[in-house]
Design a protein around this ligand. Structure first.
Ligand SMILES: [Zn+2]
Length: 298
């Protein structure tokens, strides 16, 4: 009986790993967004992630650092624990599958081999079709290095001899960048623009879960900590007013042009949107492939 169990379990895990590696699928797209801090993916991709989730696709957020430096009066393990809980609550509100916070120190991230292996494992284990990250030009070193680490992984995820404890992907995913406002050496290019009017309230609810950040730390960094209202509903309204414009909801002329490309005449009615740039590494999608991977654009 014991032998039978062992054989069954080996058989099952073989089928499972074959299913994963062959992409034998349930029709679900598998999306992984990798940010530096436990609120970055929410801010740049929360609305689109909620749309994917509503359509039944699998979405995972990863924070490469544990966020243990992001507060004016708290820090260390206690803050990391608080932020991990906030991230999980945000995932719940967005309706996505998972939010993982890796235990690298905040504001101390370097593009080391060790962290590269962590990123490769995350992308492989998720069997990702689409990977998102910041660009490597950004004011925050953790954002820059997260961008670099994901780029470093973009080819290596298919190489069996790299990080051999985790089976390689059999197909290279497409890699996309989150939007940003930085101009040098080149500005962000909105190749893909997604209308998020339908899910913007979910996105704001996700951000609202990060109490330590949006009501404590970030207001403090810009001298607005005295302005945060007390009540939960008033706070949410304040968040939408103060931070909404900076969280990927403001639409530039270039961004608007991209919306017109993807939505045609309907683009003019879009109030909230998130945009993404296709990275030159990884699989290079044509427009048809982008519409397959972003079915909300159909
Ligand atoms: Zn960040």
């Amino acid at each position: 009986m014991k032998q039978l169990l062992v054989v069954t379990s080996i058989l099952f895990s073989t089928i499972l790993s074959f299913a994963q590696s062959s992409g034998m699928d349930d029709g679900k797209l598998r999306i992984i967004a990798i940010g530096a801090h436990p609120d970055d993916c929410d801010a740049k991709f929360g609305g689109t992630a909620a749309l994917f989730a509503e359509m039944g696709h699998a979405v995972k957020f990863v924070s490469v650092t544990n966020g243990d430096a992001g507060h004016q009066t708290e820090g260390g393990g206690a803050l990391a624990k608080r932020r991990r809980a906030e991230a999980r609550e945000s995932a719940r509100r967005l309706g996505i599958d998972e939010y993982v916070t890796l235990d690298n120190h905040d504001a101390e991230l370097v593009p080391s081999l060790e962290v590269r292996h962590q990123i490769i494992r995350q992308i492989r284990n998720w069997n990702a079709d689409v990977v998102l990250s910041p660009r490597p030009n950004d004011y925050h070193p953790d954002h820059r290095y997260t961008g670099e680490l994901v780029q470093d992984a973009a080819y290596l995820v298919i190489v069996p001899n790299v990080t051999p404890d985790t089976p390689p992907l059999t197909k290279n995913p497409i890699f996309l960048y989150f939007s940003d406002r930085f101009q040098r050496p080149n500005p962000f290019r909105p190749d893909i623009a997604v209308a998020i009017d339908k899910t913007v309230d979910k996105k704001m609810a996700g951000l609202d879960a990060h109490v330590s950040q949006f009501y404590e730390w970030m207001p403090w960094t810009v001298g607005k900590d005295g302005e945060v209202p007390e009540g939960a509903e008033d706070r949410k309204k304040w968040l939408k007013k103060v931070f909404g414009a900076f969280q990927g909801s403001s639409i530039s002329d270039e961004h608007r042009k991209s919306l017109e490309k993807w939505y045609g005449k309907k683009a003019k009615d879009v109030k909230f949107s998130e945009a993404f740039e296709v990275c030159e590494y990884g699989k290079q999608p044509n427009d048809e492939e982008i519409r397959r991977l972003f079915p909300m654009l159909k």
